[in-house]
Design a protein around this ligand. Structure first.
Ligand code: NAI
Length: 542
């Protein structure tokens, strides 16, 4: 454990930190280090005198310097490495720099930039962060968790690296994703001291990684079936024993595991899958805004989802839930969906239908082999892409859709940018600017269906209420809060994530209370962590 504690001065409302560390140990602890901003008293008490240049700087002065340094780097990976090095040295400065330059830094540290870092993980590795639960260490999970650096934990983001963004099995490199998610959480107010990234290293089936001499993970084909489930069970149990109230956020699991894990543990622990639920919430929020613009009631929409994987079906589930809330019967609501995957439209006759796709299969006589044929037959009002197939929404398909619908709602959501189903500029051109568009990756002047607009608020709300579960109602509360916040576009801009997340958190926490899953009276504002320097006092270890 680290030798520092955070206290709250009830009079000023400011936090201060007590530590038994001194000298170099303080400077090399990123959550304590202030660099040139240590005050005179701190320099004396913490034995830093002479270890720093004479002049004492403010955080703002440090931010200005860091920004100049950051701007000198030109390529994405260099910028990503610079930011992470800064994080490894001085976490408050890192978060302050990011907070003030969200538009520029977030796409680097989070999607789409993080996908480059994931691929380069074993080559660019410098400093470990978070915890690695490797399959060979499976009997020592408690010991691993005890090796964390902070006593209390509010949120864990865990991945097994099997289905990263749109770039598949990345093995140990997947660790960069929980790291990135937690940066976004902390930018929105979750205390970085209490946030823990975890890699569940169960091997990799990616031959490039297995054959790469620099690969840092467990060099073994992925563990599957019962052994995998047992590993996950042990992990959840270990976490639950130590932190019964922490939020356990699952990230980037393969579709065959993602849903089963969530369904198994959803009612046992406060847990959330961002690829399914976060994506569902943000897409639903964008749809609620778009539907309002079409002035066509929700019940009259025909929805085609291209790519019926984790995200695609997760989105369909959220929309389905919203339709039920409109008073539409389950039978009628199900009929509003057409799911298309590799074999074409999913029907009763399609082979290899997975359990989670089953509720959406259509009658066999409706079978169509490709997306164009489906669009022609169905005349969808909403077309959502989660296929990772670049340019899948061709001009022919889009024009066909626009022929029948005044305001087609088209969301090419696949990431990274290279996998996007259609360039939004083309979508607008082919529909005489009538299409209502949201994308997965960032494009200028287009609403970005970015989970970062949803998950931090959901997490903050769950933590503030110490919820025992994340209920469907809490997710619905999040989606409606985001839609309400969206004034000029289908979704708020990414630069608005901080105030937006606080609104979402309030709605989610209130819903947790209404659903009877809150265990404390939530005060979201009191739970918000902000990047400023806390006074640090030395106390010798007793
Ligand atoms: P997944 O692997 O679970 O699903 C992809 C699906 O697309 C699979 O069912 C696959 O069979 C299908 N597919 C692949 N090629 C196809 C083809 N040629 N024709 C028809 N179907 C095809 O992956 P997941 O998690 O669902 O993610 C899919 C995409 O959605 C990724 O690019 C991901 O980055 C993106 N995504 C976007 C989000 C957002 O915008 N907020 C959030 C989550 C995911």
């Amino acid at each position: 454990m680290l030798k520092f504690y955070t206290h709250l001065d009830t009079k000023s409302g400011e936090e201060w930190i007590e530590t038994s560390l001194q000298g170099k140990a303080v400077l090399s602890t990123p959550l304590l280090n202030k660099g040139t901003a240590f005050s005179e008293q701190e320099r004396l008490a913490l034995k830093l005198l002479g270890k720093l240049p004479y002049r004492i700087e403010t955080l703002d002065e440090q931010v200005a310097r860091a920004k100049t340094q950051f701007k000198r780097y030109e390529n994405v990976l260099q910028k990503y490495i610079y930011l992470n090095n800064l994080r490894d040295k001085n976490e408050v400065l890192f978060y302050k720099l990011l907070s003030e330059n969200l538009a520029e830094t977030l796409p680097l540290i989070y999607t789409p930039g993080v996908s480059t870092a994931v691929k380069e993980f074993s080559h660019e590795f410098r400093q470990p962060r978070g915890l690695y639960f490797s399959y060979p260490d499976r009997e020592r999970m408690g010991e691993i968790l005890d090796n964390r650096t902070h006593a209390e934990i509010d949120v864990i983001v865990a991945t097994d690296g099997e289905r990263i963004l749109g770039i598949g099995d990345q093995g140990i490199g997947g660790m960069d994703i929980p790291l990135a998610k937690l940066v976004v959480y902390s930018l929105c107010g979750i205390n970085p001291y209490k946030a823990l990234p975890i890699m569940l290293d169960v091997g990799t089936d990616n031959p490039n990684l297995l054959n790469n001499p620099l690969y840092l993970g467990w060099r073994h084909p992925r563990i599957k079936g019962e052994a995998y489930d047992e590993f996950i069970k042990k992990f959840v149990h270990t976490v639950h024993q130590k932190f019964p109230k922490c939020l356990l956020h699952w990230e980037d699991f393969a579709q065959q595991n993602a849903r089963r894990i969530l369904e198994t543990y959803r009612t046992q622990h406060c847990t959330f899958n961002d690829d399914m639920q976060g994506t569902g919430v943000i897409t639903l929020a964008a749809l609620l805004s778009a539907i309002q613009k079409t002035q066509r009631p929700f019940k009259d929409h025909r929805i085609v989802v291209f790519g019926a994987g984790t995200a695609g079906v997760g989105i369909a589930d959220q929309i389905y839930g919203a339709l039920l809330r409109e008073g539409i019967s389950p039978e009628v609501a199900r009929k509003q969906f057409w799911l298309v995957d590799r074999p074409g439209l999913l029907t009763e006759d399609s082979s290899n239908i997975m359990g989670f796709q089953q509720p959406y299969v259509r009658a066999s006589h409706e079978a169509q082999n490709d997306l164009f044929a489906v669009v022609k037959a169905v005349k969808p009002t909403i077309l959502i892409g989660c296929s990772t197939v670049k340019n899948a929404f061709s001009e022919e398909i889009v024009r066909e859709m626009a022929k029948e619908v005044e305001y087609p709602i088209i969301f090419p959501l696949s990431n990274p940018t290279d996998n996007c189903e259609c360039d939004p500029g083309l979508l607008l051109e082919w529909t005489q600017h009538k299409a209502l568009v949201a994308t997965g990756s960032p494009f200028e002047n287009v609403a970005q269906c970015n989970n970062a607009l949803a998950f931090p608020g959901i997490g903050l709300g769950a933590i503030a209420s110490r919820a025992t579960q994340v209920t469907d109602n809490m997710l619905w509360a999040a989606a409606t809060a985001i839609a309400k916040y969206s004034k000029h576009s289908l979704l708020p801009a990414i630069t608005e994530i901080q105030p937006l997340s606080h609104e979402v958190a309030n709605a989610v926490a209130a819903q947790a209370v209404a659903d009877g899953v809150a265990t404390v009276t939530p005060h979201v504002a009191q739970n918000i962590w902000r990047p400023y320097y806390r006074t640090i006092k030395f106390k010798a270890q007793s």
